[in-house]
Design a protein around this ligand. Sequence first.
Ligand code: ZN
Length: 398
Amino acid sequence: MSMQAKLNTEITIEELCEDFIYNEVEGKGLQGMGGDLIIQPEYQRNFLYADNGGDKEKKVIDSILKGYPIGLIYFNKAKQDDGTIKFEVLDGQQRITSIGRYVTNKFQILRDGRETYFEGLPEDLQRKINKTKILVYECEGDESDIKEWFETINIVGIPLNEQERSNAIYSGKFVTAAKAVFSNSRNSQIQKWSAYIKGVANRQDFLATALQWISDSKNETVSEYMSKNRRSDDISEMEMYFNAVLDWAKMIFGLPVKEMQGLEWGRLYETYHKNQYKSESVQKRVSEFLADEAVTNNKGVFEYVLGGEQDKTLLNIRMFDERTKRTVYQRQTNEAKEKGVSNCPDCANFGNTAQKAKIYELKEMDADHVSAWSHGGETAAENCQMLCKYHNRSKGNR
Ligand SMILES: [Zn+2]
């Protein structure tokens, strides 16, 4: 069955906002039209207009007062769990919530040079707002049609991100319960999570992370996991795993530092949590590497230490610059020519007859740490020697 849509031009803002309820805790408009309208069905995202100082919600009210259209709004006629038929806002949730918040005196707009609540407006302006009619498309159709279509239209304004789209596609008890924990900007845990995870609660970043970690740990895709758990309101498995990952990170690395934010903690936990570590020495090594100027990828330090300091590519060690290389090459080559030996010290000492006196060109050589970086050798001219490519490679990590 395809979707039916009917245009309704008769709904006024007064009717729209009858019994408007806004939930401060979840940051969303809940209902309007005397309870017949569900403003934020499960597949909708959190209210975003009030962010950034509420510029966008103020603009909605300005538009109405100036008589500008605020655009089409889409309702979906849907049967609720209790059997009643209600309208759900498919598109226009943010505009409706802005209007509802204004007429219930939740924010002020600048009017003749001063900030004014709805109740402070002159009566004619209050009436103008109340009597403004909105353009509503009332739709009716299968859940899948509606959702597919919802994804297509909801690209205006603030685009849906991937997690918001998944929330729409897999809407149900699981997403609702998960959002109450992970997408709730009043959750006091968020500050703690933010030390490890980059993002904002109402853009679903923590929820996306929690889902990624649990589904990775089960070798499932996020879609599989969401689809499998869709009808359940039990999010304890995901919550417990999420907390286990963060508790482990805290236990190993101690107080969080800024470089930890945004690391792949789920993967690190899966890879390393069965190993034994002395957190005191781990933390000491981490701070040493973070302070080392030769380490140019600070984010790699944590895994480098977890992996027993083997994989130096994680640290992206700063190498000698071209000027240093040229200077050292010149000095070595001059000395070698005087002595009649190779300008690669290893060739001079250990090479065969042909190599012992060979003078390499600069481009045939590589810079090497005399005292290995991994043993504390600095990346400075005094610690630089040029070796032929063969000997530099064979020196490896020793
Ligand atoms: Zn050599």
